[in-house]
Design a binder for this molecule. Structure first.
Ligand code: HEC
Length: 128
């Protein structure tokens, strides 16, 4: 009698254990999926941007609206650093990450579509 009740408890415990294991597994799976989709979206954005041939003039206008407050009207630096010959120090991918990433406060992250990002890159390339 006592053996059968203890084995019932054991079965119960096993069932609970597998339930918890399953939940943990599903949660981890969802986390990995979100990470993967995020990375894929980022790469898609970068590839799309690099495929475009932006306009330095449009980029200049964009820069005047969004960036001069910190980088100065001629991009010679203010709060943020001088951006002349930045394209010699950072590659396009790194610049895209700098502008969209928000990894170096106080510089904010910019939500910018690939066309405008490409224009900005072209403008930065014109500052040699
Ligand atoms: C609120 C101020 C601010 C604004 C607005 C801003 N930046 Fe910056 N930016 C900074 C600061 C500060 C740094 C230096 C960050 C660091 O390296 O710690 C920086 C760094 C950079 C760098 C890297 C420079 C280097 O030498 O590594 C690039 C490229 C850049 N900014 C581009 C832009 C562009 C393009 C815009 C507009 C879309 C912009 N920033 C808007 C403050 C700003």
């Amino acid at each position: 009698m006592s053996t059968s009740s203890s084995s019932a408890a054991e079965r119960n415990f096993k069932r609970e254990f597998f339930k918890v294991l399953f939940i943990v597994f599903v949660v981890l799976l969802i986390c990995f999926l979100i990470l993967f989709v995020n990375k894929y979206e980022n790469n898609k954005y970068i590839i799309e941007t690099l495929d475009l041939n932006g306009s330095a003039k449009e980029g200049d206008a964009l820069f005047k609206v969004n960036c001069v407050g910190c980088h100065g009207i001629t991009a010679r630096g203010l709060v943020g650093p001088d951006l002349h010959s930045i394209t010699k120090r950072l590659n396009d991918k790194e610049i895209i990450k700098q502008v969209t990433g928000g990894l170096t406060p106080p510089m904010p992250s910019f939500e910018i579509d690939p066309v405008n990002m490409s224009n900005l890159l072209k403008y930065l390339h014109s500052l040699e």
